[in-house]
Every structure is written in C-alpha cells, then in structure tokens.
Write a protein that binds this ligand. Sequence first.
Ligand code: ASP
Length: 419
Amino acid sequence: MKVFKFGGASVKDSATVQNMANIIKANQPEQLIVIISAMGKTTNSIEGLLQSALDAEDFSEGLMSLQKFHNNIVKELNLSHDEVLGKEIAEIYEELESQLNSFSSSLGYDYLYDQTVSLGEILSTKIVVTFLNHSGIDCHWMDARKVIKTDSLHRAAKIDWGATQNIIRSNVSQHIEDKVIVSQGFIGSNSNFDTTTLGREGSDFTAAIFGTSIKAESVTIWKDVPGVLNADPKKFENTKRYKQLPFKEAAEMTFYGATVIHPKTIKPLAQMNIPLYVKSFKNPDEPGTLINECTIPDLAPAIIHKDKQTVISFKISDFSFINEHHISLIFENINRLNLTINLMQNSAISFTICMDDNPAKREMLRTALMEEFLIYYNEGLELITVKNYNQKTITDLMKDKEVIIEQRSRNNFQMVYKA
Ligand code: ASP
C-alpha cells in the first residue's frame, strides 16, 4: 500500500487535476491512499475572507470569485452535469458563508479559522473524487475529520496518535481492497468533533500520519520541483537535485527553513523506516529524491535561505559580564512568548538572537527585559544556513553582502546579512 500526496499547485486548475488523475492511473492497480490539499491558493483566499469578516467588511465579492474559481474547474473537467457534486459544492459554500456571517470574536479566531479554512480541502477532494470516478478510477472519499483525532489547539493541533492510527487502520481496511482512498490534508477534529487544522502546509504531515498508520510501503509527495534541491531555484542558480538523502539530513534541512517538506513529516516516517519520495508531478517518470535510512558521503552543500529576520542584542550596561542568570532570564521569556531562535551568539557583555520578524512579540520581549538589559534590534534581515558547507560555497555566498553575524561549526555555516 502506498500513500501519495498532492499539494495545492498540483490541483490548481483542470489541467493539473487531469495530470494528477493520469499519475494515479499509471499506478493502478496499486492500493493507494491519496491525500489532497485545497486547490491552488484557496487557503490564502479563505484566510482573506475571514480577515474581511473580522474587520466587518463586505466579503461577498471575494466569496463569489472563489466559488467561480471552483465552478470553473468543475466545468472544465466536464462535471457540471453531476448533480450530486453540484449540490455538495453549493452546500459547502453555504456553510462557508454562514460561518463567515456568524463570525464573532467570542468563538475565537483560531476556532473559526479551522471551521472555514478546512472547507478548501473538502471542496478540493469532492471535486477530485468525482472526476476520478468519472475517469474510471473507483474512489472512496474519506473524511479526514473523522479519522485524524487531535487536541483542541486550533490552527496547530497536536495528533492523538493512538486514536488516529486505530481509526485510520479500521477505516482503510474497509475500503482499500477495490478502491483508491482519497482524503484531505491538513485537517482533523478534536474530541468534540470540532474541525481542527495542523498548521499551514500541513498536508505532507497528514500523508505521513496515514503512511505510518497503515505501515505503507512508501509515501510520495508530488511537487512542482524535480525533487529535493540543494537550494531554492527561485533564489539561487545552478541548483542540484539530491538523488537520495538520509532521513536525518532531510529533517535538519526542514528545521533550518527548507520548505520543500513540512518539518513534521520526516520523524514519524523515519521511526517506522518508511521511505519518502519527493517527485515532480510535471515529470512523473523522473526519479525525484528518495529520503530513507542511508549514509551518503560527500552530500552537496544545502543552502537554506530565510528572509524577514530580526536580530536582537541584549547588552549588560554595568561592567559585569553575561552569565547564566542573564541567559536563563532571556530564555524564560523567549519560551513564554513561544518564539523560535534561528541563531544565537554571546560575547562578554551581550547575548544576541536571530528570530523571524514578529514586531508584536519583539516588543513584548523588549518590555519584559528592558530593566535588565540595553536592547538593540534590527529587522528585515536575511539568514542563510549552509549544511555540509565548503569554502567556495561560503565565499560565493558572502560576496557583496553586508554580513552582521557569521558562525560556523564542523558541518554548518550560518550568516545573517542586510537584505
Ligand atoms: N491547504 C493548506 C495550506 O495551504 C495545507 C496544505 O496545502 O498543506 O497551507
């Protein structure tokens, strides 16, 4: 049994949906679980509608244009005559509209976010399943809200692994014999059956959850890139594709900000030694990248770029030195504010951190620590991490850059510089 995951870009219009169907067809009669995200930029659009509702602005035009987007795909896929699908889509839009209209801050933004944004995945899978069934691929639509059980931390829900794996196993075994199972990425539900979501781009993680629950032979993430590259081709020239990567290496790349795979995806798969393929939906016969338990000598340096970075320095002003008390005070507040440090450095009289730009939390941190330290900060910076670096890569990267912090260990190089 294999798990496939198709993200928003692979179902962004009728042509890509058709292409996805061809990939599934080419893999028949394989027992397949297919996880699908919302179509194209649907998630961003629903976030926008929600913001309008929050600001008490008129969102009807935005809602109509999103519905047009989905209806257009339905039309181009020749599914307009399918009354069941037509009814389902109309009902989902009615629900979306009523949720947006009933927006009240007493329910909490995060709760409403999950109830509305999740509908993007529901719409997408309803359309895809109908199309696959019309194309001769027998499909079962599985509601991820019924099988992925989480806590109630809306927008960043944590998986109840025991319950989820049991429910997935029993549900999958009822349908997988003669049908392709199609389910939604990114969504689940809590013990009250309220919809929850797993965090943006969480569909890769959903694929890993299904994969580990059924002990899949492999999980494949279909992307618009040829595999895992050693740098983002939109930002760097001459990128190289890794043919194979150790789990650990891939997990660390996601930690440093590589966006090709959701950071939570690797760990569950590595624990059960389930291989993960990253392949191109544009060239499905190309090998892509295999991530598994392996050792690869001389891996090409991986360059991971993050923009929108803030550097904050906490300085002692009274001629004493930075000590453990100061550092623990800084960390206590970073932890309290749920901030993530991307890089840190200390000197005799100062401690410096680099984190993602977050002016609101930066201010809270400053207020909490301003009596103890002189605090300086610099926003809008960029961070580059190079894993398995060599001198030439670093020299090339540093050329013409105003570097503010530079750090290297045996395997990793990091620098923060002005954009
Ligand atoms: N649709 C969600 C998002 O855009 C989840 C996903 O695509 O993985 O973040």
